[in-house]
Each structure stands twice: as structure tokens, then as C-alpha cells.
Design a protein around this ligand. Structure first.
Ligand SMILES: [Zn+2]
Length: 278
């Protein structure tokens, strides 16, 4: 069934577990993620990100994601991740997405909050929820996350929530997008301090490549949503590699890839503690 972020993250925050966002660029990844959630009776967040649209155009992928969410036996949030432009966020809402992340982190604080506030106003009118980001989650490849002065502060988190009215908040505590070049070192004290100071569910981006302990530690300190994409690609690639070695055909290869991705999603769901919560 279709849900929004409030439906799945408020219980997660209260129950001290996290719900995974698994970005999907095609129906193979989509089916893998939803069947994993159904098998484990877990709420799930499925979506795509603006930077992934060249690999799966929004107007084409949206109807399949929404149809799959609608018929699923567990709550499924259809989330537009890292919306970079107001226009694309509005398109996602029109297409039926139940949740938007607006990423205004490229601009200054004033323009970030101004645009975010506007996205919140329209999204709430659609019954959709909004995630915002304060601080800067870097790119693993350039290691610009190494500069801890871009991590989220308690003061920034409180001000940003008050200024924008977002439903969930992504914070920067040392994670990065993409595949990590060096072992990430997470600022858990900062996370605990932010958790104690604000009410909104907190989101961890750049989850691919973190250790099991990183997830246990961050979820225990109040992370309610974790974003995963790169790990699903790696799982799919491993499936395709095995298929090539076995010399199987296209359709069998597709199923093998899907099974690999499904198992990767199931592992994350178990780790986040959301199994059995739907
Ligand atoms: Zn992200």
C-alpha cells in the first residue's frame, strides 16, 4: 500500500529501527526491493533520484513504481530523492510520488530554506511529505566529506527545521555518496546530540559501504531512514558476472541479477531492524 514518510518514519523513530530507501532505476530493481520487503514484512521506501533520471526517465519509471507500491502487502513510500530543481519535484508530485527530498545544499542558506519551504507547502497540499538536508553529505570519490566543518551542527538542524517545516532531516555526520575510497568515520556523538535536540526523523545518506556496526550504531542513536543505492548496483553486477560465467541467457541472467539485489535488500532490512514491523 502507498504510504508517506510520516507513516513509516514516526513508528521507526519510536521503535528505534530504520526504514531503508532503495533507489531503483528499472523494474528489476523495483521488484527485487518490494519482494524483499514483503518477504520480511517490512515497510520500505522506493524511489529514484534526479541524478539517476538519465538511466530511467521519471515519467516512465513513476507509473511502475506507484503500481508496485499500490499492490504491495507492506507500506511503500514512493520517494523522489535529491530533487535538485523545483520543476522536477513538482513533476514527481504530479506523477503520484508520496514524498520528496529537496536538496538545496548547492545554494546558500537563505535560498535553500526559501525553496525548501515552497516545496513543503506544495507537497503537503498533495498529502506528500518532504525531506530536507542541512550540512553537506559529500561524494566518496572526491572525499570532500573529509572536511568535518561541513557536518551538521545542532544549531543548524534546529534552525533549518524551524525555517522550512520539513518532515524528515538528512544530516551530515561523515557519510558520503557512492563507493568509499577510505573507511568512513562517523561522528556518533554529533548524531546523538542532534537527536536529543530535534523531533523530526533523521536520515542517513551514503549508506552503501558502511559496516554492519556503523548501521547498528547510527540506528541505535536515532537514525530512522537509511539511503542505499550503490550496494544494490554492486549486488546486481555480481549476479550478472555469475550469469556470464555460467553462460546463461538474457532472461535467466535477469532473474539471477534480481535475486542478488533482493538478497542485498533483505540483508539491509534485517540490519536496520525493520523486519516484522509491517
Ligand atoms: Zn543522498
Amino acid at each position: 500500500m502507498l504510504a508517506n514518510l510520516n507513516d513509516v518514519l514516526k513508528p521507526a523513530q519510536a521503535g528505534k529501527y530504520a526504514v531503508g530507501l532503495f533507489n531503483t532505476t528499472d523494474t528489476d530493481m523495483l521488484e527485487a526491493a518490494i519482494s524483499a520487503a514483503e518477504e520480511l514484512r517490512s515497510p520500505v521506501i522506493i524511489g529514484t533520484a534526479e541524478v539517476l533520471l538519465p538511466y530511467g526517465e521519471l515519467s516512465l519509471i513513476a507509473p511502475s513504481v506507484i503500481a508496485a507500491a499500490d499492490r504491495a502487502k507492506v507500506p511503500v513510500v514512493v520517494h523522489y530523492d535529491h530533487g535538485l530543481t523545483f520543476e522536477r519535484c513538482m513533476e514527481a508530485l504530479r506523477l503520484g510520488f508520496t514524498s520528496i527530498m529537496f536538496d538545496g545544499s548547492a545554494g546558500d542558506y537563505e535560498s535553500n530554506t526559501e525553496f525548501t519551504r515552497e516545496v513543503v507547502r506544495v507537497s503537503h497540499a498533495f498529502g506528500a511529505t518532504v525531506e530536507g538536508e542541512i550540512g553537506h553529505v559529500g561524494e566518496a570519490v572526491t572525499r570532500d566529506n573529509a572536511t568535518s566543518d561541513r557536518y551538521t551542527t545542532v544549531k543548524e538542524a534546529k534552525a533549518y527545521l524551524a525555517d522550512t517545516g520539513v518532515d524528515a532531516l538528512a544530516i551530515a555526520i561523515g557519510t558520503a555518496h557512492g563507493a568509499y575510497k577510505a573507511k568512513p568515520c562517523l561522528d556518533l556523538e554529533r548524531l546523538a546530540a542532534i537527536r536529543a535536540a530535534v523531533d523530526a526523523p533523521l536520515v542517513l545518506h551514503g549508506g552503501s559501504g558502511l559496516s554492519d556496526d556503523d548501521f547498528r550504531n547510527t540506528v541505535a542513536r536515532g537514525i530512522a531512514k537509511v539511503n542505499i543505492f550503490t550496494d544494490l548496483c554492486l549486488a546486481g553486477e555480481a549476479g550478472m558476472k555469475e550469469g556470464l560465467e555460467k553462460g546463461i541467457g538474457y532472461l535467466e541472467m535477469r532473474n539471477l541479477k534480481k535475486d542478488y539485489i533482493k538478497r542485498a535488500v533483505m540483508r539491509k532490512i534485517e540490519l536496520f531492524g525493520s523486519a516484522g514491523r509491517a
